[in-house]
Design a binder for this molecule. Structure first.
Ligand code: GLP
Length: 250
């Protein structure tokens, strides 16, 4: 299946469109007295989207009071307060600036004891199910083609679990951590199967550095060496790209 690709003039244009979809979902659910369930991602890519959502909250009164969130992943070994934890990232860029109820924010724990990791992952899956499943999942893409932290070799039906991080992924994070030796070696991530159950998926990618891996995810056959290629099997997954990220699609 050829996945749907939307090429935008700028990342800001892409983020406005995805923010429109999120706002429509939230408002449609509110009109029915229901909740909207968002799956959220970290990394540099979605920062502009979060900025746009915060702007709409402040300037246009978009309320997140009926929103539940589930983040894709978290580094193992980092406390919430660590500046590179995804808990910290999400609060800094989004949660501290909107009115989403704190009890409806979910991220995997970075500090769960080794022997409790499996139970913690099962609980995360159960919480997603109990919330009614994810309505709209936001994704970035790593240089290894990962979505969440589903590194090459992750199965299409994998679930939330502990994973080892690829060397390339750790290298990409080294500057932020002040050296490769400080980058965690493991993480907890939603699985590819977990992600593919979202009713709608928006993968965002900007810049020439993402062009090659985007091409592999979109144009080459579905392959577990590139987790993002699994999106080809999803009915409502869209790759939102800027011109540079789309430059190798031909
Ligand atoms: C990390 C995250 C991914 C993210 C990727 C790309 O590995 N776990 O969710 O998509 O980085 O990051 P960036 O958006 O900074 O390029």
């Amino acid at each position: 299946m050829v996945p749907k690709v939307k090429t935008h003039n700028t990342p800001e244009d892409a983020c406005r469109e995805v923010a429109d979809e999120i706002a429509e979902l939230i408002e449609a659910r509110r009109a029915l007295g229901g909740m909207a369930v968002l799956g959220l991602a970290t990394g540099g890519t979605p920062v502009r989207l979060y900025r746009e959502l915060v702007r709409r909250h402040r300037e246009e009164g978009l309320s997140f009071a009926n929103v539940t969130t589930f983040n894709l992943d978290e580094y193992l070994g980092l406390t919430r307060e660590h500046p590179e934890s995804y808990w910290h990232f999400m609060h800094h860029h989004l949660f501290d600036h909107i009115d989403v109820p704190v009890e409806r924010i979910h991220l995997p724990s970075g500090t769960v004891a080794e022997e409790e990791i499996d139970a913690h992952c099962a609980e995360y899956e159960e919480a997603i199910r109990a919330a009614g499943g994810i309505d709209h999942q936001i994704l970035g893409i790593g240089r290894t083609g990962h979505i969440g932290f589903n590194e090459p070799g992750s199965a299409i039906d994998s679930r939330t679990r502990r994973v080892g991080l690829d060397g390339i992924t750790r290298e990409d994070a080294a500057a932020a951590f002040g050296g490769l030796e400080h980058v965690p070696t493991h993480a907890i991530t939603m699985g590819c199967g977990t992600i593919l159950e979202a009713r709608r998926i928006s993968l965002l990618a900007w810049g020439a550095k993402k062009a090659e891996i985007v091409k592999r995810a979109v144009k080459e056959p579905v392959d577990d060496r590139v987790s993002a290629s699994f999106l080809q099997t999803h009915e409502a997954a869209v790759f939102h790209l800027d011109r540079d990220a789309a430059s190798r699609l031909g």
